[in-house]
Design a protein around this ligand. Sequence first.
Ligand SMILES: [Zn+2]
Length: 157
Amino acid sequence: MALKLNHAQMEAIRQHGARDYPGECCGVMLGKANGVRKQVCEIVPLKNLRHDPMRAQELLPVDDPAKETERNRFLIDPLDQLRVEKDARARGFEVLGYYHSHPDHPARPSIYDREHAWPWYSYVIISVEGGSAKDLTCWVLAEDGGSFCPEPVEVAE
Ligand SMILES: [Zn+2]
């Protein structure tokens, strides 16, 4: 499938990335999928729970909390996740995927990103260098779950 969004939604992701620099931003993309295309209707910025290391460690422990921080990891609060999903369903939307930023790193998925991804969903990565948003890429997990494949992004005016 291709991920389709408009210029304003694309800008919303880029600006969120720049705003949260040097931390990683994250958020959800809501919309409708028809088998060919995922049409984004709304960008919902979320809080990166790694900003709150104690709660993050409780939810998804990492080996070395000092190394895995908001600067190189993102984590969505399951409560935020539930709230957003419920709200989306009530309005006839579904969760199409997630976006997050890579501060001072290329817009390529890390091993961590792949290990925490689910099939079907679109994963948008925005690289932010020195505070300004650069490349935006989109990925989808391969059927076998072992690798990420690039997913085309269509931007409408
Ligand atoms: Zn990442």
